[in-house]
Design a protein around this ligand. Structure first.
Ligand SMILES: *Cc1c(COP(=O)(O)O)cnc(C)c1O
Length: 331
């Protein structure tokens, strides 16, 4: 079932979804994760994805791959870090659906996790270009674009993380799924959802989807990427562009606005930058694994949980409950 299509039947044709995973993803309490006053719950989107790789990128691809197909393009051109979860998910699911992937990769700190990820990228069938810096990557894109025409058509270009309005639909849909779980009594209505912000599509999609669902839940986005502008201006803007996309494709007027109170952007958990582990993040990882059997990785989810723990101890979530979105899904 696709909640967006039930809600807006005209989108079935104009914005099709290609199911790549099985929802709803499980929710459960995490009593050991944090010492603060607010109860913490987990929504495990790491479990999402049937194609050998899971996590939040799969939900974006469910909307992006039909858009690529509809455009008649045969190749996706995108960018990411050396350990890009986005690039890997794209390569694996695109290949399954007859599309090629070309990736330009920017350097990031290399640890065992990134090394393993690079190995998976090499096996994914994607064509990899090691463009190293952001500047060289931006400069290389026109050349890669020209070089990877196929069947007379140019590649479909996607920014890092797949955070276009079409990609963000994955988390509009996920927010409607959360609302259904609240409705079914599986989850108390969260006061806040905490998630890592890498390219913004997850946060922006949630922001829009929660309002469409009529929940009062606020989004707390923990920024882990300093190579893109991700803040209280750009994230709501992406949510509004996503609302406009739905309106243009037949959802009717949505009157979406997001107020300042709907989103908290946390920018002080980055440490030295994208991909650099932080001491609090590493402590959060150990704690989550030991107390809850919850596997976090250093780049995104460890920093998000470190922020959640610190803010909860400071009483920033009131009585909660808080929903932590597990976005990481290696298999
Ligand atoms: C990409 C990613 C995120 C961030 O999601 P965005 O939509 O890019 O902001 C969070 N966690 C993990 C594990 C990711 O791979």
């Amino acid at each position: 079932m696709t909640y967006l299509h039930v809600r807006f039947p005209r989108l079935k044709e104009s914005l099709p979804r290609l199911p790549l995973g099985d929802g709803p993803t499980p929710v459960r309490p995490l009593p050991g994760l944090s010492e603060g006053a607010a109860q913490v719950w987990l929504k495990d989107d790491g479990a999402y994805g049937n194609g050998g790789w899971g996590g939040n990128k799969v939900r974006k691809l469910e909307w992006l791959l039909p858009d690529v197909r509809h455009s008649g393009r045969k190749t996706i051109l995108s960018v990411g870090g050396l350990g890009t979860n986005w690039g890997l998910a794209t390569a694996l699911y695109a290949r399954e659906h007859g599309l090629r992937t070309v990736l330009a990769l920017v350097d990031q700190p290399v640890d065992d996790y990134v090394r393993a990820q690079l190995g998976r990228l090499r096996e994914s069938g994607a064509k990899l270009y090691f463009t190293r810096t952001k500047g060289r990557t931006v400069a290389a894109v026109p050349w890669l674009f020209a070089r990877h025409f196929s069947g007379g058509r140019p590649p479909y270009v996607l920014g890092a993380g797949g955070s276009s309005p079409v990609g963000a639909l994955g988390y509009v849909e996920a927010a409607l799924e959360i609302a259904a779980q609240v409705e079914d009594g599986l989850l108390p209505e969260p006061s806040h959802i905490v998630t890592a912000v890498g390219s913004g599509g997850t946060t922006a999609g949630l922001l829009l989807g929660l309002r469409l669902a009529g929940l009062r839940t606020r989004v707390v986005g923990v920024v882990v990427n300093d190579t893109l502008r991700l803040d209280g201006v750009t994230l709501p803007r992406l949510a509004r562009r996503t609302a406009k996309l739905l309106e243009r494709r037949g959802a009717g007027p949505l009157r979406f606005e997001s107020g300042e109170e709907d989103l908290t952007v946390v920018r002080d958990r980055l440490g030295k930058g994208y991909g650099h582990p932080t001491p609090e993040g590493e402590r959060a990882r150990e704690h989550a694994a030991g107390r809850e059997g919850l596997v976090l990785e250093p780049v995104y989810t460890a920093k998000a949980v470190a922020a959640l723990r610190a803010m909860n101890e400071e009483g920033r979530f009131g009585d909660g409950p808080i929903l932590f979105l597990q976005t990481n899904g290696p298999r």
